[in-house]
Each structure stands twice: as C-alpha cells, then as structure tokens.
Design a protein. Structure first.
Lengths: 297, 411
C-alpha cells in the first residue's frame, strides 16, 4: 500500500512580532468588515474636516425659489424647505456629529474610567458606593437621561455633549471596574505585589494597561451610539439652539412633515447617520476580535 | 545589614551548623533562640481564615473557610521543604501567607528571627527582597504587556537596585542563568513556550538574590518533559546560590525527588512531617500511605502486586471540618481498627515518632509495618506483612516466585 505523499508546505516565515498592539493591528488589516468600517469612518471624518472646501454651497444660504427640489445636477441631494442645498448641509452636519460624538465619548471615557478605576482599584466601601450610584444611572434609559440633562442645563451643543457623555459614563465605569476586579487576583498582579510593589504601581503598571482593551472597544462602539444619540436629541427638538445649524437629527425633524413630497430630505441625512454609526460599529467589532488573545493565530 | 553582604554559600549548608554569620545579623536574632539557631524560617501555629459574609448592605459574618488551621514548621537555610496535599488543602494559602500575600488570622511567621506578621509596610517591603515566589501557571504569572526584560527588571525597579544600565546587564545575566538567550529580553511573554516562560518566572524570583523562594506548584502546569528541566534548573540554582525552597506540589513523586524534608497537608493541617527518605520508606500517617500508594513504582513486578488505597468520599469542607482527627471520615486505618471513638472526638496532636519524624495520628504505630505501608512503599509483596526491618530495598524483597497468582487463577 503506497503511502500517500505527504506534502509539506513551506514553513510560515517567522516574523518578529512586536507586541500586542502591532499584532492586533495586523489582524485588523485582515478583517474585511473592520476595513469597511474604517472606510465609512474615513468618509465621515474627511467630509467633516474639509466640508468648507468641498461643499458646493453655503449651508445656511438658500432662496425660497429653489425650495424642495428633488436631487438634480445642480443639487445632488436636492434642496430643503428653504431652498438650501441638502448636500452641503449634510456635509456640514458631519462636523457637528463628529465634534459632539468624539467629545462626548472622550468625556464619558474620562469620567467613567475615573469612577471605574477608583472602584476597581480601591475596592471595599468606595467600590460599593460608586457602583450603587452607577446602578442608579444605569436604571434610567439612556436617551431619557440625556433629555433630562439637556432640559436641566438648557439647550446647546456643550450641554448635548455632556448629556451624551453621562449616558456612557456608567457603562464605561462598569467595564473598567469589571476588568480591574478580574485582574486583581491574577497571578501577575499577585506576583508584582509579592515583589513589594505598591498598590499604586500595581494599578498603573499592570492592571490599567491590561484592562484598557475592553474600554477601547466599548468607546469605539459608543461613538456609534453617541452619533445616534446626538441626532436623536436633535430629532426630539433638543438640538443646537440656533435652528439653522445643520445637524442631522434636526434636519430629519424639519423634514418629517414633507416625507411624501420630499423623501430625499429624510433619506440623505438618515444615510449619513447610518454610515457613520455603522462605520464605528464595524471598527469596534473588528477591534474586539483582533485584540482578543484567544483568537491569536 | 545591606543586601550586598550575603553569604557566598556554595553548596548546601549542612542543617546543623549552617549559615556562618547571617543568623545573628538581625537585631532580634537571638530573641527566639530555642533549639537550632540556623532556622531561616519558623512558622508557629499559623492560621489563615477567609471570612464568609452574607447580606448586601449590612454584612454579617456567617463563618470562615479555615484554609490553614494551625500549622507549625521550621526550615533551615539551604533546605528544601516539600509541601504536598490535595487541591484545597491549604498548601498554596500557606505559601502565600508566609510571604504575607494573605494576612494570617493567627500565628507567627519568623523569618531570620523577624516576625513577618507584625511588620509595617516599609519593613515588609524590605523583607520581600529576601523572599520571592514562583508561580504555578507561567501563562498567567507574566504580564502580557511587558517584555521579558521588563518583567525580570521589575523587582529591581521596585527596590531601586542599581542604575538603569546595570539593570539591563543584570537582566541579561539572569536570562543566561536560567538558560535563556539574553537577546530575548525584548520579547513578549506570548512569544515564549511554557517552559521558557517559567524560566522567566524563575529569573524574576532570582533578581533580588533572595534567601528563600516559595515555589507554588512551579511545574504542575508544564509538560512532563519540561518539568524535569525546570526541576534541574531549580536544583542547580540551589546549589550555586544556596537558596532555601518551600516547594509546594500535589504530586509526591516530584516532591520527593527535590525535597530534603516533606510536610503532608490535609484540610489545613500538617499531618506528617519527615525527611524525604523516611516519609517514602516508612510513612506513618494513613493519609500519607494512601498518597504514596498512588505513586507508581518503576518496577513492573512490584507494581503488579501493589494495591492502591482508594480514599472514598470527597475532602470535607474547610468551613466545617470534621471533629477529632480531620481525616477520620476517609481513613482506611480507622475502618480496619473498627472505628475507634478516639478518632472522632480527640484531635490528634503532632507527635515525634523517630528522628525528625512527626505525625498527627492516634494510631500511627499501627501504620508502621502494616501491609498497606509496605505495599505503598513497594518494599514487600502482599503477604510479607511485618517484614519491616533491616534496610530492605524493594529490590531484594522480590525473588519472584508466583506468590499471588495460584489463588486466583490456577484453580
């Protein structure tokens, strides 16, 4: 009986791996959906950054004679009720969403991270008290909490950012605390303590660096919901105080009454929200997968 | 006493008169001078209880897990003490309490004459320079975000030893000491194999030139082929650096190879403590006999005649340990003796039976020479009970006639 020829493939070329992050980055590049996400995000961010250069019209300028035009060569996304170019407004709207989304998530990560680090790092009574506060915040539905905060602090872009940040604070706090707690009994943390390291050193050198991964993933995913939340507040009439501001959610609200006559006024801002939110979602999922050491090849 | 003037002890100091010098270096060195002054570590009635609490806001103390419940032993400089027992018997807790990773509930831990349990933060940090730990799982004990060099240098950073450049040289030295390429210092833990990772763990423990190392199951998570390498490394390091090991394991066959003395733990207590040789040849506690009977003997003739002692039931809960002798619920000897009441009511004290051989069993004398003891140690065939005497290695106890077979098979 002839033994089947065993084909030996070329040995995989040994490449020097340079730590967890570069390995993760390499895995991310092989992740198709994540790359699509990056593409969407790039579209969104670049548009926001160079909107004044590429927008065909000023976002606030319009003549009533041009009102409610369907998409055409002069106005690729048509015009709105006041004859303003919809494409230009969507482009400028990206700036509002980008600034509000990023700022609120950064704020949320900072505050939530601080609470989580205190709770998970100190433990005991501090942990109990902080976590009960967080539980109360979690008990209130996110958008309701945001509405409450905007209603309390009055309308305005900074208030919107703060409100959306507060929606995310309890989530970030829980995530960081959870991973800190699980690390507290891990062998390398105990090893470091047995060497004589102070509690602060253990927290900063070992626990925080190893617990940031889930937080980064959560923050990326939170950017998607933050954009939707900002638009949602705008849609509910709690957007920027100046009604002319090109904000996607506000633009949607303004056009709902003309849904039959001018569906493009809903479709294009809606599409913009979807593209940017889906982009961050895909990237967040991709990051989670590529940062998970269990999926290591 | 500065760290640099440690004794250049090469080779294992003999327990009786060892450690010329450093024993008197600490101020209270003579304060507890009972018996041998060479004891590096003395554990006295150590207890570690973990409280069980109930209730969300108002917590009530409803009980304790008595992980370690009153153990005492001492170790001389340069010695290896093995600590064996089933999982959950408190051996790891003992190791961690000794370097005060857990706060002991009661008892004293004297290291070089200083009571570790009463040290303040600064004193403890200083003491940690002299006691290091090696962990079981080399995949969990190294920070995945740090390079091998960073991990090994961490103790040097914490205790601020040497200048930055010296530390890098020291890391390279340590890497080659444990048999790794010094150029690997820049690699991350996930780039190493299990055995290599454990070598990094050993190098980290050596960085501060400690006197004592608590090795908490350092080879249990490794492949058999790698286990021998790490054991040999540890033995070599002990010879060249004069280290003292507290070696924790659940596997008697490994521990009897490396240990000078062995302590057997059951449910938070030490039940037998003897030299490695004595414990393996004349175990005097029924539990030790049962453990030994599970260790294979590399001789098919002897092995085929042995019977394992299978302990029935689970280890009782350390929350609510059995009354009297803790082992009585599973003891084969107690059954043989017709369940004497003493076992259930009287807690057996730790008695000295023979030179440096201590046992906590009311009927230890009955164990000596029993069929079970002889079989477990592989010294005699099944029938030759009572033939305990004279240094009978199991080699000469087996002129292999067919002692057992006719009864069962030939009829």
């Amino acid at each position: 009986m002839a033994a089947p020829a065993i084909r030996v493939g070329r040995p995989v070329e040994a490449r020097a791996s340079r730590g967890l992050w570069s390995d993760a980055f390499r895995r991310l590049l092989r992740n198709r959906p994540a790359l699509v996400g990056v593409l969407f995000i790039a579209l969104f961010v670049v548009t926001a950054l160079i909107a004044p250069l590429i927008a065909p019209y000023a976002p606030l300028a319009g003549t009533l004679a041009d009102r409610l035009q369907p998409p055409n060569t002069a106005h690729l996304m048509g015009t709105d009720l006041q004859g303003r170019d919809e494409l230009s407004r969507v482009m400028y709207g990206a700036r509002v969403s980008l600034v509000a989304g990023v700022a609120s998530v950064v704020m949320g990560v900072f505050i939530g991270g601080l609470i989580g680090a205190l709770a998970g790092g100190l433990g005991g009574k501090v942990d109990s008290v902080l976590m009960r506060v967080v539980d109360v915040m979690l008990a209130i539905p996110g958008i309701l909490l945001a509405i409450g905060i905007v209603a309390w602090l009055d309308r305005g872009l900074p208030q919107i950012m703060f409100a959306v940040a507060m929606v995310n604070v309890p989530i970030f706090a829980r995530i960081l605390r959870g991973s800190l707690l699980s690390l507290r009994e891990s062998d390398y943390v105990i090893a470091s303590r047995s060497l004589g390291a102070s509690g602060f050193r253990v927290l900063v050198r070992h626990m925080l660096p190893n617990s940031l991964t889930p937080l980064i993933v959560a923050a990326t995913l939170a950017l998607a919901t933050a954009i939707i939340d900002v638009a949602g507040l705008g849609f509910l009439g709690l957007g920027p105080p100046d009604p002319r501001t090109p904000e996607w959610g506000t633009m949607l609200t303004d056009s709902t009454k003309f849904l039959r006559q001018a569906p493009w006024l809903i479709i294009f801002p809606g599409l913009a929200i979807v593209v940017s939110a889906v982009g961050f979602n895909l990237l967040g999922d991709g990051l989670r997968e590529s940062l998970d050491p269990r999926l290591k090849q | 006493m500065t760290a640099s003037d440690r004794d250049p002890a090469t080779g294992r100091p003999v327990p009786t008169t060892a450690g010329g010098g450093p024993a008197g270096g600490t101020p209270s060195g003579s304060g507890n001078g009972q018996g041998d002054g060479a004891a590096l570590l003395r554990v006295e009635d150590l207890k570690v209880y973990f409280p069980i609490r109930e209730g969300m806001i108002i917590e009530r103390h409803v009980g304790d897990v008595r992980a370690v419940d009153g153990i005492s032993f001492s170790m001389t400089r340069g010695e290896t003490l093995g600590l064996v027992g089933e999982s959950g018997c408190g051996k790891s807790t003992t190791g961690r309490a000794i370097i005060r990773l857990y706060e002991p509930t009661a008892g004293r831990v004297l290291f070089d004459g200083v009571d570790i349990t009463s040290l303040d933060k600064g004193g403890l940090k200083g003491m940690r320079r002299r006691m290091q730990m090696i962990f079981q799982d080399p995949y969990a004990s190294l920070d995945p975000r740090m390079t091998a060099g960073g991990i090994i240098a961490e103790p040097l950073d914490i205790h601020d030893v040497g200048a930055k450049r010296d530390r890098r040289m020291r890391v390279r030295d340590l890497l080659s000491t444990v048999g790794l390429n010094p150029d690997y210092a820049d690699r991350y833990p996930h780039e190493f194999s299990g055995g290599q990772r454990q070598r990094i763990g050993v190098a980290r423990a050596l960085a501060l030139e400690p006197d004592m190392i608590v090795a908490d199951e350092p080879i249990s998570a490794l492949d058999v082929s790698i286990q021998a390498q790490i054991i040999n490394l540890l033995e070599r390091l002990q010879d060249s650096l004069g280290l003292t090991y507290l070696f924790i394991a659940h596997d008697l066959s490994v521990i009897r190879h490396i240990s000078d003395r062995i302590a057997v733990m059951y449910l938070g207590r030490i039940v037998e403590l003897a030299s490695s040789r004595d414990l393996n040849r004349t175990p005097l506690h029924p539990y030790t006999v049962a453990l030994l009977s599970a260790v294979p003997i590399p001789d098919p003739v002897v092995e085929s005649r042995r019977r394992r002692i299978i302990l029935t039931g689970d280890v009782p809960s350390p929350v609510n340990p059995p009354s009297g002798c803790r082992f009585h619920t599973r003891c084969w000897l107690r059954q043989q003796l017709g369940n004497p009441g003493e076992c259930e009511t009287v807690d057996p004290e730790f008695r000295v039976l023979g030179p440096m051989h201590e046992v906590a069993c009311h009927f230890a004398a009955r164990v000596d020479g029993s069929t079970e003891q002889l079989q477990a140690t592989g010294r005699a065939p099944a029938h030759a009970a009572g033939a305990i005497a004279g240094g009978a290695e199991f080699g000469d106890a087996s002129p292999p006639g067919p002692p057992d077979r006719p009864q069962g098979v030939a009829d």
